[in-house]
Design a protein around this ligand. Structure first.
Ligand SMILES: Cc1cc2nc3c(=O)[nH]c(=O)nc-3n(C[C@H](O)[C@H](O)[C@H](O)COP(=O)(O)OP(=O)(O)OC[C@H]3O[C@@H](n4cnc5c(N)ncnc54)[C@H](O)[C@@H]3O)c2cc1C
Length: 610
């Protein structure tokens, strides 16, 4: 098998030590006695070693021994269990969200750990992520009993977690789920009955219990999302004395997927023999009992998972880029067009190969910047003493979450295609690492709400939230950045492009507003995904340009023989490329939206027979 984890940590350190004002985060009461900016190397370097020596080797096991279904059980490679427990027990996984624990890391720093672990083994990373997300829901919405029973074991990795939304007839439209919950004598406990489809991690033998967060409708509840509640439904029921009892959950078989082979995706039934019980998630049996709150609660997990999904896509793409760049420096082929009689050269010297690499590098870095900026806001939202700052951060997260999820997972797919192209025919072969990257990454545009759903979240909800004020403030950040820095003589054209893109973006919004006013409602879903891409390109343009400003000033302090010279030169080049080659798509989208083309709406379904 051919997996190769080719990561390096320089950009993490740049982001955390040189670009983002992380000293503000380290000064919060939650962190100030434990860490400072000076500790960043000490946090990142050991995890890099763990990712390289433990997590990445397990990736080959996931490919060689994909998750398999035997006698109702899902069997995973031994190394998956070993590394899962190592990460969970040593505080690099779910326990980082434990509100009771001391010495947890800020989210913006944990993001570096998340990226290293996910890129080292994308199929393994959902087991940790789902355990964290489901524990987070219990921590936020669970009563004291649930917290006491579940959280300690979930934080240490003794038990894992899942999210169970999808059913055979209810995928994107979760409001149509059929799973039911029936009251029992205990107002907190319900009998659960239903089938779920495509559930990651719902069955495996890695942990002694699996804690499923299951959406179901209490018998008689209203139809649609408002009638849905959320239940904690463990594989083994926990009796008062702590003993475990089978909870009537049957795995029906696993999906045979194009990628993420070590990640078990299972169809499952709950309560086939009327013996499945779940705790209603909610604070108390009175007003806050949680009935009908299931979707709102689940959104907390989904929003975290959406940011994380985009991050995993970015990290798989970054690893493909690092591999392609390494290969291009070694592979000798052809002579430069500009020197046809000269020696054969390594392919990194060919313009088209170099362009593909810079395209990948610029995206990997711009997206990473957007993601880390968002995790920075997570820390502000949770810990800043000033309520106005917390609200501001929360508004920014609201806009950035669909951008991270959809832009990163949409673009990672063609960019990994380019990384395969860099390898030529070898890239198409499984003996080389990039074919697996393509297989693994595709699911990320589909799960956690397809990218269409993300784009409607952006233009349907985030554009209009707080009567448009949150989004206007988000745009104002970009406007302020331009006016504060535009006199930079070396990056004049890049700032001009960012400003033109911002103006074009306003045109996109006005045009869509006009369609809406004319009751041409179909124009919104028609253009939504392209608008989301343009929105992310606008933001990423600002991010990478702001990083280039830092790099530019560092370059004034060092010579070409300094060990960091190529890093900073690369950062400025990535920004130039992104602003001159990618950001112009924003005005291309504006022009397309303004044409008002309705060919997609007009073509009858019958025409797709030909
Ligand atoms: C490997 C894998 C792991 C998964 N893990 C989990 C898990 O752990 N838990 C869980 O609950 N689910 C999980 N899922 C399910 C996943 O979230 C769904 O597949 C996804 O939400 C899409 O639902 P669907 O497959 O039914 O597609 P559909 O909803 O049928 O969508 C098909 C296409 O139609 C589009 N579409 C649908 N409705 C509309 C509309 N109203 N307007 C415009 N376009 C629309 C979609 O965007 C998509 O392009 C997993 C899936 C896979 C493949």
């Amino acid at each position: 098998m051919a997996f190769n984890w080719a990561y390096n940590t320089r950009d993490f350190k740049f982001i955390l030590q040189e670009w983002l004002p992380t000293e503000r985060i380290f000064a919060y009461e939650r962190f100030r006695d434990y860490y400072s900016k000076d500790d960043i190397d000490m946090i990142i370097d050991p995890v890099f070693k763990i990712a390289k020596e433990m997590i990445a080797p397990a990736n080959d096991d996931g490919e060689a021994q994909p998750a398999r279904f035997e006698n109702g059980q899902v069997i995973l490679p031994d190394s998956f269990a070993r590394t899962f427990h190592y990460i969970q027990e040593n505080g690099f996984g779910s326990s980082n969200i434990d509100e009771e624990a001391e010495g947890v890391l800020p989210q913006v720093v944990y993001a570096a750990i998340q990226e290293m672990l996910a890129s080292a083994n994308p199929a393994w990373s959902p087991y940790v992520a789902l355990s964290t997300g489901s524990a987070d829901l219990i921590q936020t919405f669970g009563d004291e009993h649930l917290k006491k029973v579940f959280l300690p074991k979930m934080f240490t990795g003794e038990w894992s977690g899942t999210m169970c939304l999808t059913e055979p007839t209810a995928g994107s439209d979760v409001g149509d789920i059929l799973s039911k919950a029936f009251p029992t004598d205990n107002p907190r406990v319900f009998k659960i009955k239903g089938s779920k489809q495509f559930i990651t991690g719902v069955e495996h033998t890695m942990c002694s219990n699996i804690v499923n967060l299951v959406l179901a409708r209490v018998e008689g509840a209203r139809p649609g999302t408002k009638g849905i509640s959320l239940f904690v439904v463990p594989k083994y029921w926990i009796n008062e004395d702590g003993s475990l009892e089978d909870n009537d959950i049957q795995a029906l078989g696993i999906e045979h997927k194009m990628g993420m082979k070590g990640s078990a995706t299972t169809a499952v039934t709950f309560g086939e023999n009327n013996g499945c019980r779940g705790w209603l998630l909610g604070i108390d049996p009175g007003e806050n009992d949680g009935k009908g709150e299931g979707m709102a609660q689940m959104f907390q997990m989904m929003n975290g998972a959406r940011a994380q999904t985009g991050h995993v896509a970015q990290s798989i793409m970054a690893n493909a880029y690092f591999n392609a760049a390494q290969y291009a420096k070694e592979r000798v082929q052809g002579r430069p067009l500009t020197n046809p009689k000269g020696d054969r050269v390594t392919i990194i010297n060919h313009e088209d190969v170099k362009k593909m690499l810079l395209h990948a590098k610029a995206h990997a870095e711009a997206m990473r910047g957007m993601i880390f900026q968002t995790y920075f806001y997570f820390d502000v939202r949770s810990h800043d003493p000033d309520e106005a700052e917390r609200l501001k951060a929360s508004d920014r997260i609201g806009v950035l979450t669909p951008l991270i999820k959809a832009y990163c997972s949409d673009e990672a797919w063609p960019i990994i295609g380019d990384c395969i192209q860099v390898y030529g025919g070898y890239g198409y072969c499984e003996d080389y690492p990039v074919a697996q990257s393509a297989r693994d990454v595709k699911i990320l545009s589909i799960w956690e709400g397809t990218n269409y759903i993300q784009s409607m979240d952006l233009i349907g909800r985030k554009w209009t939230q707080k009567k448009g004020a949150s989004f206007a403030a988000w745009l104002q950040d970009i406007r302020d950045f331009i006016s504060d820095n535009r006199d930079n003589s070396e990056l004049e054209r890049e700032f001009a492009n960012l400003e033109r893109a911002l103006n074009s973006y306003m045109e996109i919004q006005m045009t869509i507003g006009g369609y809406f006013g004319n009751k041409q409602y179909g124009m919104m879903p028609l253009y939504a995904r392209r608008i989301l891409t343009a929105t992310a390109q606008l933001y990423c343009g600002m991010v990478i340009l702001s990083q280039a400003l830092v790099a530019q000033s560092k370059l004034q302090e060092i010579n070409a023989d300094h060990f960091d010279y190529s890093f900073y030169i690369g950062k400025v080049a990535a920004a130039r490329y992104y602003l001159m080659n990618i950001v112009p798509n924003v005005w291309a989208v504006a022009e397309t939206v303004k044409t008002g083309d309705t060919s997609v709406l007009d073509i009858p379904a019958e025409a797709f027979e030909y």
